[in-house]
Design a protein around this ligand. Structure first.
Ligand code: SF4
Ligand code: SF4
Length: 434
């Protein structure tokens, strides 16, 4: 302990041997000098420039220094399963001189939150990473693929760089009328915030169309913002573009203020997280549900037309499960579908394994390839295949494309990847109409 401003080095005490009582048998056990020395505190001799001081200046990044090296975080970190990572390892690197702001490790964390769940010191990577990344972005140190997404989001209001005029194009294939509020204004119960991947990605559009059919069949009063919708921007925030996120909050809330609705429902756990946790910090409060939370209380009203005889396993999205505590609504929907048998993977619910898409990881697969043995989505697909399931069910728009690619690249193409709404929609349709 520091005394009078100086550290007093601990005395090394080593006896040739020492006897201790066994807590099990009560017998005396002799420890040699080599072992009884371990009872003395270890002295850290090797340190680098004070990287923690730089982090402590950043809002939210100070807690990396709190680590006391217990190691609980490393085995639960999904990135460590495919590489060398985890808060403890990062702490040690910074302690021995690594500048986190210029190190590739800065971009590997997916902000999945599994480390924070187990950390006794509350080392909070969900705060540390966005803060350190924001500083790195400010210094122009950002992987090019991520910079590209930031620019597309800034320019077009979506991460894919698609034309905002095409936001509602998916509705044409839905087979049911979809109310687009800018052209059909008036009060509505559910404002459905479609987000980027369900609006533009071909597999996301199929899920959006399935949702439209289910919502219509259930008589839900709902509408969308069409070309006025912009991304809610949570992943851009976590990837370090806080300024862009703040600008999006302004735009999105100005648009929402034009319409009268009771609640916002979104299929995107990242958008959901932003609306539940970040928008209120900036003074904007909404009643928000993930689509599984909207539909799960209504399952008894669904008229199922055919069973889906298959084994299904479910991947918990980090931002619906660990970040926001919703594990049951998706499972309620899956269990309600006739014929489906739900089998769980070893890592599920609170300990669910990240798909690699969170915190900007969705756009960093090229960058992370040099630092990991395989993508997190590939590791997860192997687990899903090992569960014996025919179908990997998801309820996050990032996951369908990630897992479909991973199923092919790992030789598990037999594993179907389906959004829960696609499965529900299929079971609600007549046999010849799939
Ligand atoms: S769980 Fe927390 S205190 Fe323990 S090693 Fe990891 S970061 Fe450090
Ligand atoms: S948030 Fe997830 S990916 Fe990041 S260090 Fe923690 S466990 Fe690993």
């Amino acid at each position: 302990m520091p005394i009078g401003g100086r550290k007093v080095p601990p005395k090394a005490v080593e006896k040739e041997s020492v006897a201790v009582s066994s807590t099990i048998s009560g017998r005396e056990v002799e420890l040699s000098g080599m072992w009884n020395r371990m009872f003395e505190p270890r002295v850290l001799t090797e340190t680098g420039p004070d990287g923690f001081a730089r982090l402590a200046e950043l809002d939210g990044a100070a807690s990396l220094e709190w680590c006391y090296g217990c190691g609980k975080c490393v085995p639960v970190c999904p990135v460590d399963s495919v590489g060398e990572y985890g808060p403890r390892k990062l702490h040690r690197k910074v302690q021995t001189g690594t500048n986190l702001l210029t190190d590739p490790d800065l971009w590997l964390c997916t902000t999945c939150m599994n480390c924070l769940r187990v950390c006794p010191k509350e080392v909070d990577m969900i705060q540390i990473m966005p803060a350190a990344r924001e500083a790195a972005v400010g210094e122009g140190n950002v992987p090019s693929e991520l910079q590209d997404v930031f620019e597309k989001t800034f320019r077009y209001g979506n991460a894919l760089g698609e034309n905002p005029r095409r936001r509602a194009q998916w509705t044409r294939g839905a087979g049911v009328p979809v109310r687009i509020l800018p052209s059909e204004p008036g009060p509505v119960d559910v404002l459905f915030y479609v987000e980027d991947y369900w609006s533009y990605h071909p597999r996301g559009q199929q899920a959006a169309q399935a949702f439209a059919r289910i919502a219509t069949a259930l008589g839900i009063d709902w509408g969308i913002l069409g070309h006025e919708e912009k991304t809610l921007g949570d992943s851009q925030r976590l990837a370090g573009e806080k300024g862009l996120f703040d600008a999006l909050v302004e735009d999105v809330t100005a648009t929402l203020a034009k319409y009268e609705f009771t609640r916002i429902v979104t299929p995107d756990p990242h958008g959901f997280n932003a609306l539940v946790k970040e928008y209120p910090k900036r003074g904007h409060h909404f009643d928000v549900l993930h689509y599984t939370q909207l539909l799960s209380p209504l399952v008894d009203r669904i008229e199922w037309k055919r069973p889906l005889d298959a084994k299904v396993t479910f991947h918990d999205p980090c931002y619906l499960g660990r970040h926001n505590g919703e594990y049951d609504a998706p499972r309620t929907l899956l269990r309600a579908i006739p014929g489906l048998e739900l089998v769980e993977m070893g890592r599920c619910r609170e300990n669910g394994y990240c798909c690699g898409g969170g915190g900007g990881g969705m756009w960093l697969d090229g960058f992370t390839r040099d630092y990991t043995s395989e993508r997190l989505s590939e590791r997860r697909v192997r687990e899903a295949a090992d569960s014996g399931a025919d179908i990997l069910a998801v309820c996050c728009p990032y996951e369908v494309s990630r897992f479909e690619d991973a199923a092919k690249s790992t030789g598990n193409a037999h594993l179907q990847v389906r959004d829960i709404v696609e499965l529900m929609d299929e079971a609600m349709r007549d046999g010849g109409d799939s």
